[in-house]
Design a protein around this ligand. Structure first.
Ligand code: AP5
Ligand code: MG
Length: 230
């Protein structure tokens, strides 16, 4: 399968670190396709597709969905036309096997991961962020009860759709996600550190400050031009 050979940015971070928040801002400002495996799985669960039926149990338990189905879904997404100009990956790769498949697929297409910014946030902050998160039904735009409330309660500022809380943001599932996924994230961080493309950003800063820090990493590494000021 032919995959994107344009700019490739891999946004890394623990559950709740701010990957989705930043990916939505950056993909628009940099003209990159936002590819989020969690969003693809949630769409499949909502549409009750065979993939969704497989993924649901793993997501509800806070576990990673098996590599075989995840990788197939990702490669299909990268073969779509909008990925050719460049992609911003959010939530993939999640382990070394996925990182190696991505490296190989990009190398076969003459490309590579240009930069892997890692949004670092302490575990206690992650729990608070996920507990107060609301996202919209139409576009998955994230909000937070305290740090990023919508202008009108329960309604997305951007597309007017209803806000809801993800089932995997229940406290017990949040604990399971952190327990089961942080070790694999460390391995992926080390993979990109060894490849010389890792860039760590302090994710405790405000959303706007984190965006600025990420642009400071991505623009020089990719040569992309940032549009707009927000
Ligand atoms: P996925 O949807 O990828 O979830 P996740 O990695 O757990 O990350 P989240 O979406 O919860 O957090 P985020 O980093 O996007 O944070 P956000 O911007 O929303 O995956 C879900 C599940 O799907 C997985 O558990 C797994 O089962 C499966 N899956 C997905 N990909 C897979 C793969 N590759 N392999 C196998 N399985 C896979 O921000 C969080 C909150 O914080 C929001 O309320 C936001 O407003 C707030 N916030 C953001 N930034 C700041 C800031 N700077 N200051 C204060 N608050 C902030
Ligand atoms: Mg997300």
């Amino acid at each position: 399968m032919t995959v994107a050979i344009g700019r490739v940015v891999v946004l890394l971070g623990a559950p709740g670190a701010g990957k989705g928040t930043q990916a939505q801002i950056l993909s628009e400002r940099l003209g990159l396709a936002h590819v989020a495996t969690g969003d693809l799985f949630r769409a499949a669960v909502r549409d009750e597709t065979p993939l969704g039926l497989v993924a649901k149990g793993y997501m509800d338990r806070g576990e990673l969905v098996p590599d075989a189905v995840t990788i197939e879904m990702l490669l299909e997404r990268l073969a779509r036309p909008d990925a050719a100009a460049g992609i911003l990956l959010d939530g993939f790769p999640r382990n070394i096997a996925q990182a190696e498949v991505l490296d190989k697929a990009l190398a076969e297409a003459g490309g590579r991961v240009d930069v892997a910014p890692y949004i670092e946030v302490p575990e206690a902050d992650l729990v608070a962020r996920l507990g107060g998160r609301w996202i919209c039904r139409a576009g998955g735009h994230p909000y937070h009860e305290q740090t990023r409330p919508p202008q009108k309660p329960g309604v997305c500022d951007l597309d007017g759709s209803e806000l809801y809380q993800r089932t995997d943001d229940q406290p017990a599932t949040v604990q399971a996600r952190l327990r089961q996924q942080l070790g694999a994230l460390d391995a992926v961080v080390n993979h990109y550190r060894s490849n010389g493309v890792l860039w760590t950003v302090d994710g405790r800063r405000t959303i706007e400050q984190v965006t600025g820090d990420l642009l400071g990493a991505i623009v020089p590494a990719t040569g992309a031009e940032a549009r707009g000021s927000k």
